[in-house]
Design a protein around this ligand. Structure first.
Ligand code: AKB
Length: 342
């Protein structure tokens, strides 16, 4: 049984989890990493962690077992149902995304009480927390700030926005009227991510998935029908920069943080610009457009870009990749290699 300070990652088999585990394993020294996911962890990640628990964040007995066995002082709570998937099963999405997050915040609070130190808690929110009322407003608004347009139109977006508030509550106001309160035990830090594009993994159940799906399909020589209009624009980021941002935020001194929730961005291409760059790398790519009006409506409610000046000044957010280098130096070479079996 280990009582060393440990890290817990939920949703570890997902896209961010995959990238985060390999970075954490390098940076962490001998600090045990425990993972929790409904799906088994891929073998390459299993080798990097102390224990890979297969199970649900809704299973309190399972969480109590982890609590008893490890001294967790850092939680990366990545488990969630993404935006498209959530619209098909809104009640389930609420259960996983909201009740699951509440369970993990309780877990962190109890861990903090048991070892006496605050538990750092990373929460990935999303551009889905925004809801712009029309395309005209979207175009006019350009880069939106964290506190603007907080009226999401999706279950997933509403879940993310509410959980941002829950995290703020646990870190600043938890049981404020109770005499025995042990407040300040959860050090909640949150990034609102744009669409993420990884060379290693393909997302599932999201609405920003058209960009990663398009490039992976082209590399595999499969036709792809893009489900949004060519003029559709939202912010995106290459996965290594997303993981880098998590590290920077989690390593920042608390005193430097002027907010609980931070926007981050890197580049904001239209779907047509993504198609053009994918076609120039894969001239035989068969990419067509077949608009799914419902998914289009969701993407149209997300901002064309985000104002991430707070993240840049508070904790040095500085993406390494812009649109050209994300594709030219990261995605295209790595994806070509991956599908060539190299
Ligand atoms: C989704 O499309 O649901 C996610 C997101 C933008 O949070 N990729």
């Amino acid at each position: 049984m280990s009582r060393k300070p440990s890290v817990l990652i939920t949703g570890a088999s997902g896209e961010i989890g995959h990238a985060l585990i390999s970075r954490l394993a390098k940076a962490n020294g001998d600090r045990p990493i425990v993972t929790l996911d409904l799906n088994p962890l891929p073998p390459e990640s299993v080798a990097l962690v102390r224990q890979a628990v297969t199970g649900s964040i809704l299973d309190s007995a399972l969480l109590d077992g982890i609590l008893a066995q490890y001294e967790v002082d850092r939680v990366y709570h990545l488990a969630a149902l993404l935006s498209t998937r959530s619209e098909f099963s809104p009640a389930l999405a609420h259960k996983v995304n909201v009740e699951g997050t509440l369970n993990m915040l309780e877990f962190a609070q109890k861990q903090g009480e048991s070892h006496g130190r605050p538990v750092s808690f990373f929460y990935p929110s999303s551009v889905a927390a925004f809801g712009l009322p029309s395309l005209a407003v979207k175009t006019k608004s350009g880069k939106v700030k964290e506190d603007e347009f907080n009226v999401p139109t999706t279950m997933y977006g509403a879940n993310k926005l509410y959980c941002e508030h829950l995290g703020r509550y646990y870190s600043r106001h938890y049981k404020q009227l109770a005499a025995e309160t042990q407040s300040g035990k959860v050090d909640f830090r949150c990034i609102r991510f744009p669409g993420l594009i990884s060379a290693e993994t393909v997302p599932s159940g999201g609405t920003s998935d058209y960009a990663p799906e398009m490039i992976h399909a082209a590399a595999e020589g499969k036709p792809y029908a893009c489900f949004v209009r060519p003029d559709t624009r939202i912010p995106f980021m290459a996965m290594p920069d997303a993981v880098d941002a998590i590290f920077r935020l989690m390593d920042a001194p608390r005193t430097k943080l002027t907010r609980t929730i931070y926007n981050i961005g890197a580049f904001a291409p239209s779907a047509a610009e993504i198609v053009a760059v994918v076609r120039s790398a894969f001239p035989k790519a068969e990419i067509t457009t077949k608009v799914d009006e419902k998914r289009q409506g969701i993407v149209d409610s997300w901002p064309a870009d985000v104002d991430d000046s707070a993240a840049r000044s508070d904790w040095g957010h500085q993406p390494a990749y812009d649109f050209a280098s994300a594709f030219g130096e990261y995605l295209i070479p790595s994806i070509k290699k991956r599908y060539a079996g190299g």
